[in-house]
Design a protein. Structure first.
Length: 236
């Protein structure tokens, strides 16, 4: 029973931190908008960049990472840093809070930045092995979604490598699997567009979504953004 209570407490700690949805908060404070009504409609770093600019997008990324680090460190201060499985439970809470914040009708982000922060605090080795290939893929392909999905696969892979023979290792690996599955689920529309060759690259999408925001002031379906990109390219 005590172990169940500990896991539940870490989950709640993580959820409380995760609910600090900075894409939404900055949108309200800086522009007076609900970020989910602009660009792609997602409350995350990439959409903040396309709607509000790089400065606010990078600040969102930083704050989302920091909140995840904070949740893990609070759990570690209560139960000990060596209790890695409890740190992962706090991480699951962060992702749930980030993706499904109660005060936003459970419509949040996709949890990639949060996952980076969780692992940065819980085990920096995993982040070190995951970030470099993911950033390289982003640089070469310009697909943020592809880089994010790569990171999710790698975090599961290296967590399994580091923890398969450790105490509570299977539990930690299963929690990392939940993180990966959650990431893929939240990116399901991006995956479909990647398979169809319709996913927009970073530079393209920012410009067109910003144009739509200025004209319509509302969320634009990604397929509509894609069609506008193609039309602009043909005109140019």
């Amino acid at each position: 029973m005590d172990l169940l209570i500990q896991r539940a407490c870490c989950l709640l700690i993580g959820y409380a931190f995760g609910c600090q949805q900075f894409a939404y908060i900055l949108g309200k404070l800086v522009k007076g908008i609900d970020i989910r009504n602009y660009g792609s409609g997602n409350a995350g770093t990439t959409n903040v960049i396309r709607v509000m600019g790089k400065r606010w997008g990078y600040l969102t990324l930083f704050l989302d990472i920091v909140k995840a680090v904070g949740a893990v460190l609070v759990a570690a201060s209560i139960y000990g840093y060596s209790e890695k499985y409890l740190l992962w439970w706090a991480g699951i809470g962060v992702i749930l809070g980030h993706n499904y914040p109660f005060y936003m009708q459970f419509r949040g982000g996709k949890g990639v930045a949060a996952t980076i922060g969780i692992l940065l605090a819980a085990d920096p080795r995993v982040v070190a092995f995951c970030l470099i290939p993911s950033v390289l893929i982003l640089y070469l392909s310009k697909y943020m979604s592809l880089a994010s999905l790569t990171y999710m696969v790698l975090q599961l892979t290296f967590t399994a490598i580091f923890y398969y023979d450790q105490a509570h290792g299977i539990e930690i690996i299963l929690l990392s699997l939940i993180m990966a599955v959650s990431g893929f689920y939240r990116h399901r529309a991006n995956i479909q567009r990647l398979l169809e060759g319709k996913e927009s690259k970073m530079g393209q999408k920012v410009k067109v979504a910003a144009d739509y925001m200025n004209r319509k002031g509302k969320a634009v379906p990604d397929d509509e953004i894609y069609r506008s990109v193609i039309k602009k390219q043909k005109q140019e």
